[in-house]
Design a protein around this ligand. Structure first.
Ligand SMILES: Cc1ncc(C[n+]2csc(CCOP(=O)(O)OP(=O)(O)O)c2C)c(N)n1
Ligand SMILES: [Mg+2]
Length: 346
């Protein structure tokens, strides 16, 4: 089991036509949402950081599609795709990007801090690798309370050499926690390619050091992502065993909206676009006569409209009131209403 695929792919119930089209719809929704976000960023309606997920959609949609509603999800700052795949409202997500009070984090988190506790989506975190340890806490609570839920914790290839990641893998294995660590290997950590930053290949081999299962998946192929994730989820749910997954993927846009991308060639990006996850899945559904060009046009029209509605909603929404600046820092039970420097000019 160490460092290898578990090979049992019968754990995943097959999807009907609607289910398959829904996967495509979700991937396209993420893409159209982010294209709109990129436009809003260029119009200076979105400020600060904005990391796009375009190219990686099959990872979030494929992995989250095998979860139960009460399973936990936690990720890094490239979080728009995971939030939307978890069923978050695109309006609340776009409003968050715009820094508006109607945003999912009341406009105080921005792009890197999407959050929706009702959907068991626990962020959106900016400290590289930090979510590894938070994921442990979620999985520990799930096990301790006997919920039978599992946690997916995503991180980039650039996060796996952080000490906290290794401490987390150690505890996950030692305490047999129902957590699946998913390395989204998109080849780059900002402008540094994985070959320049990580000793030892493939990255999933790191599972061996902790006697954990290790599974590799092709992040351009949503069917492969789903099948491999189902193996890991089953192991976590039925045996309370953690897994490390490495999913190979690629981002087409810069690290963030402010990245000129001088560290890679246009040819490289174009090469990966030939294996685009949406294109691949669409071609498969057409070949299998599950859907027609008209079906895809219809889905695209709706996804584009949803993105536009989200943009309009965000634009019309109000900014958070200045008096609310010290709210939402602590849980309601521990909210501090009197902060000594509160009334002093900032
Ligand atoms: C602890 C810490 N160190 C450095 C940074 C700066 N930083 C932000 S993103 C990033 C690269 C992470 O790359 P990767 O984990 O591969 O994720 P990707 O951007 O590819 O999704 C770095 C070094 C940070 N946010 N936190
Ligand atoms: Mg990366």
């Amino acid at each position: 089991m160490k460092g290898q695929s578990l090979s049992n792919t019968s754990l995943l119930p097959s999807l009907d036509r609607e289910g398959k089209l829904e996967l495509y719809r979700q991937m396209l929704q993420i893409r159209r949402f982010e294209e709109k976000a990129a436009q809003a960023f260029q119009q200076a309606k979105i400020k600060g950081f904005c990391h796009l997920y375009i190219g990686q959609e099959a990872v979030a949609v494929g992995t989250i599609s095998v979860l139960n509603p009460d399973d936990g999800v936690i990720t890094a700052y490239r979080d728009h795709g995971h939030g939307l795949a978890r069923g978050m409202d695109p309006k609340a997500c776009m409003a968050e990007l715009f820094g508006k009070a109607t945003g999912c984090s009341r406009g105080k988190g921005g792009s890197m801090h999407f959050f929706d506790a009702n959907k068991h989506f626990y962020g959106g975190h900016g400290i590289v690798g930090g979510q590894s340890a938070l994921g442990i806490g979620i999985a520990f609570a799930q096990k301790y309370k006997g919920t039978n839920a599992v946690t997916l914790c995503y991180l980039g290839d650039g996060a796996i050499n952080q000490g906290v990641f290794h401490e987390s893998l150690n505890l996950a294995a030692l305490w047999k926690l129902p957590i699946i660590y998913i390395i989204e290997n998109n080849e780059y950590a900002m402008g540094t390619s994985v070959s320049r930053s990580s000793a030892g290949s493939p990255l999933v081999k790191r599972a061996d050091g902790y006697d954990m299962a290790g599974i590799t998946a092709n992040g351009m192929d949503i069917d492969d992502v789903r099948a491999k994730t189902a193996e890991a989820v089953s192991l976590a749910r039925t045996e309370s065993q953690p897994t490390l997954m490495e999913i190979h993927t690629y981002r087409y846009r810069g690290h963030s909206m402010s990245d000129p991308g001088t560290y890679r060639t246009r040819e490289e990006i174009e090469k990966y676009k030939k294996y685009d996850p949406l294109l691949l899945y669409r071609t498969r559904l057409l070949d299998e006569k599950i859907a027609t060009e008209t079906d895809f046009e219809e889905i695209d029209k709706k996804a584009t409209a949803v993105a536009q509605e989200a943009y309009d909603f965000a634009e019309k929404s109000e900014e958070p009131a200045l008096e609310t600046i010290y709210e939402d820092i602590f849980t309601p039970e521990t909210q501090i209403n009197e902060i000594p420097f509160r009334n002093k000019p900032i």
